[in-house]
Design a protein around this ligand. Structure first.
Ligand code: MG
Length: 251
């Protein structure tokens, strides 16, 4: 199944994608809900970020080739940081280049895990039961500020720095997926998700032993090599097979 959140006329909420149609869902996709008889053409809907996380946990340096391009040592355990939910951005909305504070804003195409239910101290074996599905994330980063600050909160926390979507796919197996990032149509990142250093179950288990994960929370799993800068006017797309294309422009 593929789920999303959308706005159409006076409806704002979740939907299930059925071909070219969205079937509206009343209620909370992560709690109690009802699949309605109402359908809306996909093309007529304005997509929203596909869920409402209480937190966005991000993983740094989780692909060997990305560690190599930044001459970073491979971490012995997952490196985690947080992006604020206020950074969330819907598909097709604009990434706002922060005026006057940064000279380099990079894209980072990533596979994002969407949490299904409250998860605390889950084992690697229990992780699958805590996962609702997967979506695309762009971990937008002000690279110069990341280096300058040491702490990454500012560099990765600006409003609009967390594009997410377009859908949550529930029936994909992450290790079988491929991730690609395109800038103005040119492929910049292209890697199998299986090249991750720490796989999805390991990450979910690890994070759940630090902080309680709640329904709709996001763990974005790190970016492969090929990251680079974006300029105002650019169009960036994160594409993952089986999930779709998350497209945003920079203003
Ligand atoms: Mg990242």
């Amino acid at each position: 199944m593929r789920y999303l959140r959308f706005h159409h006329k006076d409806f704002v909420g979740y939907g299930r994608l059925e071909g070219d149609l969205i079937r509206a869902i009343e209620g909370d996709l992560f709690g109690t809900y009802k699949v309605t008889e109402t359908t809306v053409p996909f093309a007529a809907a304005r997509l929203l970020a596909p869920c409402l996380p209480t937190k966005i946990v991000a993983i740094g340096v989780n692909y060997k080739d990305h560690a190599a391009e930044f001459k970073k040592e491979l971490p012995s355990e997952p490196l985690i940081f947080l992006k604020p939910p206020s950074a969330l951005l819907a598909p097709e909305e604009a990434i706002v280049y922060p005026e006057g504070v940064t000279k380099r804003v990079d894209y980072e195409g990533e596979l994002a895990v969407v949490i299904k239910k409250r998860a605390r101290h889950v084992t690697i074996e229990q992780a699958a039961a805590a996962i609702f599905g997967y979506t695309c994330c762009n971990d937008v980063t002000a690279r110069d500020l990341q280096k300058k600050d040491g702490q990454w909160s500012r560099a990765k926390g600006f409003d609009t720095f967390c594009p997410l979507g377009p859908v949550i796919a529930t029936d994909v197996e992450p290790s079988q997926l491929r991730i690609r990032t395109l800038l103005n149509g040119d492929v910049k990142q292209d890697a199998p998700v299986s090249a991750m250093l720490f796989d999805v179950p390991t990450l979910v288990s690890y994070v759940s032993k630090v902080m309680t994960l709640l329904p709709g929370d996001i763990i974005t799993t790190g970016t492969p090599s090929g990251v680079g800068p974006m300029q105002r006017g650019d169009v960036v797309e994160v594409w993952i097979e089986g999930i779709g294309r998350l497209r945003n422009r920079v203003v």
